[in-house]
Design a protein around this ligand. Sequence first.
Ligand SMILES: [Fe+2]
Ligand SMILES: [Fe+2]
Length: 161
Amino acid sequence: MNREYEQITNDILNNEKFKSLKEEVHHHNSNRYNHCLEVSKKTYKICKKLNLDYRSATRAALVHDFFFTDEFKNKKQQLLKHPKQALKNANQIMSLNEKEQNIIEAHMYPIGKKLPKYKESIVVDIVDDIVSIKEKIGGDFEYLKVATNFLFIIFVELLIK
Ligand SMILES: [Fe+2]
Ligand SMILES: [Fe+2]
């Protein structure tokens, strides 16, 4: 793991409650810990390249799905309310700035109603989608390429506005 990435995320990765996300099944083929880690590592690379606030983006991306299935009554409630719950759980283990809070709360936009207010929020929203598609369709790379390009076009459109 990259040294700088490690320094940025060290306290979160060593937290016991966060580590227990390894027991949570995510998108059938993954666990929630690995999902968060992958979204965070990709966010780190992209935000660093784009000269964005990669520290806030990387940390928020790591806890964007910091929730547990038994915190919800059903799948629908989980889908709609998990960003708020992730923020609540993250607040228990770290202090979050305004941008980090928005990144977590808005990562389900446009399914969720919370608007992404920062470029870093848009990056995490899109990286999360790409990683999720990859986890869901596994090795079907042709579909993955189409989906990734589609999300990339939206991303570029939003950035140049
Ligand atoms: Fe999520
Ligand atoms: Fe996610």
